[in-house]
Design a protein around this ligand. Structure first.
Ligand SMILES: *Cc1c(COP(=O)(O)O)cnc(C)c1O
Length: 216
Protein backbone atom coordinates (compact mmCIF):
# COMPACT_ATOMS: atom_id res chain seq x y z
CA UNK A 1 0.00 0.00 0.00
CA UNK A 2 2.80 2.40 0.89
CA UNK A 3 4.53 1.54 -2.39
CA UNK A 4 1.37 2.33 -4.33
CA UNK A 5 1.06 5.67 -2.54
CA UNK A 6 4.69 6.60 -3.18
CA UNK A 7 4.39 5.59 -6.84
CA UNK A 8 1.42 7.97 -7.07
CA UNK A 9 3.43 10.77 -5.48
CA UNK A 10 1.35 10.66 -2.31
CA UNK A 11 2.50 10.31 1.30
CA UNK A 12 1.69 6.81 2.59
CA UNK A 13 -0.08 8.38 5.61
CA UNK A 14 -2.65 9.85 3.24
CA UNK A 15 -4.21 6.41 2.81
CA UNK A 16 -5.61 4.23 5.58
CA UNK A 17 -6.50 0.57 5.54
CA UNK A 18 -9.90 -0.63 6.69
CA UNK A 19 -9.51 -4.34 7.46
CA UNK A 20 -12.63 -6.15 6.26
CA UNK A 21 -13.51 -8.80 8.84
CA UNK A 22 -16.74 -10.23 7.39
CA UNK A 23 -16.61 -14.01 7.49
CA UNK A 24 -13.91 -14.02 10.19
CA UNK A 25 -14.55 -14.86 13.83
CA UNK A 26 -14.46 -12.23 16.56
CA UNK A 27 -10.99 -13.35 17.79
CA UNK A 28 -9.61 -12.07 14.50
CA UNK A 29 -10.74 -8.58 15.50
CA UNK A 30 -8.57 -8.75 18.61
CA UNK A 31 -5.53 -9.59 16.47
CA UNK A 32 -6.35 -6.68 14.20
CA UNK A 33 -6.57 -4.24 17.08
CA UNK A 34 -3.34 -5.65 18.56
CA UNK A 35 -1.72 -4.96 15.19
CA UNK A 36 -2.67 -1.29 15.58
CA UNK A 37 -5.86 -0.90 13.55
CA UNK A 38 -8.72 1.16 15.01
CA UNK A 39 -11.59 0.26 12.70
CA UNK A 40 -12.96 -2.74 10.81
CA UNK A 41 -15.45 -3.17 7.97
CA UNK A 42 -18.42 -5.54 8.16
CA UNK A 43 -21.14 -6.00 5.53
CA UNK A 44 -23.98 -7.47 7.60
CA UNK A 45 -25.78 -5.94 10.54
CA UNK A 46 -26.40 -9.26 12.31
CA UNK A 47 -22.84 -10.51 11.98
CA UNK A 48 -21.38 -7.25 13.27
CA UNK A 49 -23.87 -7.13 16.13
CA UNK A 50 -22.92 -10.68 17.18
CA UNK A 51 -19.21 -9.80 17.16
CA UNK A 52 -19.78 -6.63 19.16
CA UNK A 53 -21.69 -8.65 21.74
CA UNK A 54 -18.90 -11.26 21.97
CA UNK A 55 -16.12 -8.70 22.41
CA UNK A 56 -17.82 -5.66 23.97
CA UNK A 57 -14.60 -4.44 25.58
CA UNK A 58 -12.65 -4.23 22.33
CA UNK A 59 -11.81 -0.65 21.42
CA UNK A 60 -12.55 -0.66 17.69
CA UNK A 61 -14.89 1.21 15.36
CA UNK A 62 -17.25 -0.73 13.12
CA UNK A 63 -17.94 0.48 9.59
CA UNK A 64 -20.93 -0.82 7.64
CA UNK A 65 -19.76 -1.48 4.08
CA UNK A 66 -22.62 -3.62 2.72
CA UNK A 67 -26.09 -2.76 1.47
CA UNK A 68 -28.24 -1.66 4.39
CA UNK A 69 -31.97 -2.38 4.38
CA UNK A 70 -34.08 0.44 5.73
CA UNK A 71 -35.79 -1.81 8.27
CA UNK A 72 -32.40 -2.44 9.88
CA UNK A 73 -31.46 1.23 10.18
CA UNK A 74 -32.15 1.42 13.91
CA UNK A 75 -30.01 -1.62 14.73
CA UNK A 76 -27.33 -0.43 12.34
CA UNK A 77 -26.83 2.90 14.10
CA UNK A 78 -26.52 1.08 17.41
CA UNK A 79 -23.96 -1.39 16.05
CA UNK A 80 -21.93 0.74 13.64
CA UNK A 81 -19.83 3.85 14.16
CA UNK A 82 -20.03 4.84 10.51
CA UNK A 83 -22.28 3.77 7.64
CA UNK A 84 -20.07 3.70 4.52
CA UNK A 85 -22.78 2.43 2.17
CA UNK A 86 -25.58 5.01 2.11
CA UNK A 87 -26.95 4.38 -1.36
CA UNK A 88 -30.28 6.20 -1.51
CA UNK A 89 -32.06 9.27 -0.17
CA UNK A 90 -34.69 6.99 1.34
CA UNK A 91 -32.09 5.14 3.40
CA UNK A 92 -30.48 8.45 4.39
CA UNK A 93 -33.87 9.80 5.56
CA UNK A 94 -34.53 6.66 7.57
CA UNK A 95 -31.14 6.90 9.29
CA UNK A 96 -31.82 10.57 9.99
CA UNK A 97 -35.19 9.73 11.56
CA UNK A 98 -34.03 6.82 13.72
CA UNK A 99 -30.95 8.79 14.77
CA UNK A 100 -33.13 11.70 15.88
CA UNK A 101 -35.44 9.40 17.89
CA UNK A 102 -32.49 7.85 19.70
CA UNK A 103 -31.11 11.36 20.33
CA UNK A 104 -27.68 10.45 19.12
CA UNK A 105 -25.25 12.94 17.59
CA UNK A 106 -25.10 13.17 13.80
CA UNK A 107 -24.24 9.82 12.23
CA UNK A 108 -21.01 9.77 10.20
CA UNK A 109 -21.69 8.34 6.74
CA UNK A 110 -20.19 7.89 3.30
CA UNK A 111 -22.39 7.99 0.22
CA UNK A 112 -21.89 5.00 -2.05
CA UNK A 113 -21.76 5.81 -5.76
CA UNK A 114 -21.88 3.46 -8.71
CA UNK A 115 -19.44 4.57 -11.37
CA UNK A 116 -19.48 1.44 -13.51
CA UNK A 117 -23.16 1.33 -14.42
CA UNK A 118 -23.11 -2.34 -13.41
CA UNK A 119 -26.55 -2.98 -11.94
CA UNK A 120 -25.32 -5.65 -9.51
CA UNK A 121 -23.25 -2.99 -7.75
CA UNK A 122 -25.02 -0.73 -5.33
CA UNK A 123 -24.76 3.00 -5.12
CA UNK A 124 -26.18 6.16 -6.62
CA UNK A 125 -25.65 6.41 -10.36
CA UNK A 126 -22.68 8.73 -10.60
CA UNK A 127 -24.03 10.89 -13.41
CA UNK A 128 -26.53 12.77 -11.28
CA UNK A 129 -25.07 11.95 -7.88
CA UNK A 130 -24.26 15.53 -6.84
CA UNK A 131 -27.91 16.64 -6.61
CA UNK A 132 -28.80 13.55 -4.60
CA UNK A 133 -25.82 13.97 -2.30
CA UNK A 134 -26.91 17.58 -1.75
CA UNK A 135 -30.30 16.31 -0.51
CA UNK A 136 -28.56 13.86 1.82
CA UNK A 137 -26.33 16.64 3.17
CA UNK A 138 -29.45 18.63 4.09
CA UNK A 139 -30.37 16.02 6.73
CA UNK A 140 -29.20 17.30 10.12
CA UNK A 141 -28.85 13.82 11.55
CA UNK A 142 -26.10 12.72 9.13
CA UNK A 143 -22.56 13.96 8.62
CA UNK A 144 -21.38 13.10 5.11
CA UNK A 145 -17.64 12.41 5.35
CA UNK A 146 -17.07 11.41 1.74
CA UNK A 147 -17.79 8.79 -0.90
CA UNK A 148 -17.44 5.03 -1.25
CA UNK A 149 -17.43 2.88 -4.36
CA UNK A 150 -16.95 -0.67 -5.56
CA UNK A 151 -15.55 -1.49 -8.98
CA UNK A 152 -16.52 -4.56 -11.01
CA UNK A 153 -14.13 -7.48 -10.42
CA UNK A 154 -13.62 -8.06 -14.13
CA UNK A 155 -12.67 -4.50 -15.12
CA UNK A 156 -9.25 -4.06 -16.76
CA UNK A 157 -6.73 -1.53 -15.45
CA UNK A 158 -7.76 1.21 -17.84
CA UNK A 159 -11.39 0.89 -16.85
CA UNK A 160 -10.46 0.84 -13.15
CA UNK A 161 -8.57 4.13 -13.58
CA UNK A 162 -11.67 5.57 -15.28
CA UNK A 163 -14.04 4.35 -12.59
CA UNK A 164 -11.99 5.45 -9.58
CA UNK A 165 -11.05 8.72 -11.30
CA UNK A 166 -14.70 9.55 -11.89
CA UNK A 167 -15.49 9.01 -8.21
CA UNK A 168 -12.68 11.37 -7.25
CA UNK A 169 -14.11 13.93 -9.69
CA UNK A 170 -17.54 13.44 -8.13
CA UNK A 171 -16.11 14.26 -4.68
CA UNK A 172 -14.48 17.40 -6.11
CA UNK A 173 -17.83 18.43 -7.63
CA UNK A 174 -19.52 17.95 -4.26
CA UNK A 175 -16.93 20.17 -2.61
CA UNK A 176 -17.44 22.81 -5.29
CA UNK A 177 -21.22 22.75 -5.61
CA UNK A 178 -22.64 21.78 -2.23
CA UNK A 179 -22.52 24.59 0.32
CA UNK A 180 -20.87 23.51 3.54
CA UNK A 181 -19.78 20.12 2.16
CA UNK A 182 -16.75 19.00 4.10
CA UNK A 183 -16.36 15.36 3.03
CA UNK A 184 -12.87 14.30 2.09
CA UNK A 185 -12.89 10.51 2.46
CA UNK A 186 -12.66 8.40 -0.69
CA UNK A 187 -13.19 4.77 0.28
CA UNK A 188 -12.26 2.79 -2.81
CA UNK A 189 -10.09 -0.18 -3.64
CA UNK A 190 -10.19 -3.77 -2.42
CA UNK A 191 -7.65 -6.62 -2.52
CA UNK A 192 -7.66 -6.87 -6.32
CA UNK A 193 -7.61 -3.19 -7.25
CA UNK A 194 -6.30 -1.10 -4.36
CA UNK A 195 -3.12 0.08 -6.13
CA UNK A 196 -5.14 1.70 -8.91
CA UNK A 197 -7.60 3.16 -6.41
CA UNK A 198 -4.67 4.75 -4.55
CA UNK A 199 -3.28 6.14 -7.81
CA UNK A 200 -6.69 7.78 -8.32
CA UNK A 201 -6.88 9.32 -4.88
CA UNK A 202 -8.34 6.76 -2.47
CA UNK A 203 -7.95 7.84 1.16
CA UNK A 204 -9.17 4.49 2.50
CA UNK A 205 -8.80 1.03 0.99
CA UNK A 206 -10.95 -1.84 2.23
CA UNK A 207 -8.84 -4.96 2.45
CA UNK A 208 -10.02 -8.45 3.26
CA UNK A 209 -8.29 -11.33 1.50
CA UNK A 210 -4.92 -9.70 0.84
CA UNK A 211 -4.60 -8.70 4.50
CA UNK A 212 -6.35 -11.49 6.42
CA UNK A 213 -6.39 -14.48 4.08
CA UNK A 214 -9.30 -16.32 2.52
CA UNK A 215 -12.69 -16.02 4.18
CA UNK A 216 -14.58 -19.13 5.11
C1 LIG B 1 -15.65 -8.02 1.08
C2 LIG B 1 -15.52 -6.57 0.78
C3 LIG B 1 -14.26 -5.96 0.68
C4 LIG B 1 -12.96 -6.71 0.80
O1 LIG B 1 -12.80 -7.61 -0.24
P1 LIG B 1 -11.39 -8.33 -0.52
O2 LIG B 1 -11.42 -8.55 -1.99
O3 LIG B 1 -11.37 -9.58 0.27
O4 LIG B 1 -10.31 -7.39 -0.13
C5 LIG B 1 -14.23 -4.60 0.44
N1 LIG B 1 -15.35 -3.87 0.31
C6 LIG B 1 -16.58 -4.41 0.39
C7 LIG B 1 -17.76 -3.53 0.25
C8 LIG B 1 -16.71 -5.78 0.63
O5 LIG B 1 -17.94 -6.32 0.70
Amino acid sequence: MAEAAIAAGRPPESVSILPVTKGFPSEKLRDIVDAGFQAVGENRVGEAEAKRDLIPDLDVSYHMIGHLQRNKAATAIRVFDRIDSVDSVRLARRLDTVGASSERPAIPVLVQVNASGETSKGGLPIDDAVGTIRSICELDGLRVQGLMTMAPIDADDRRLHEIFGSVRTCLELCREHIAGFEGSELSMGMSGDFEIAIAEGATQVRLGTVLLGERR
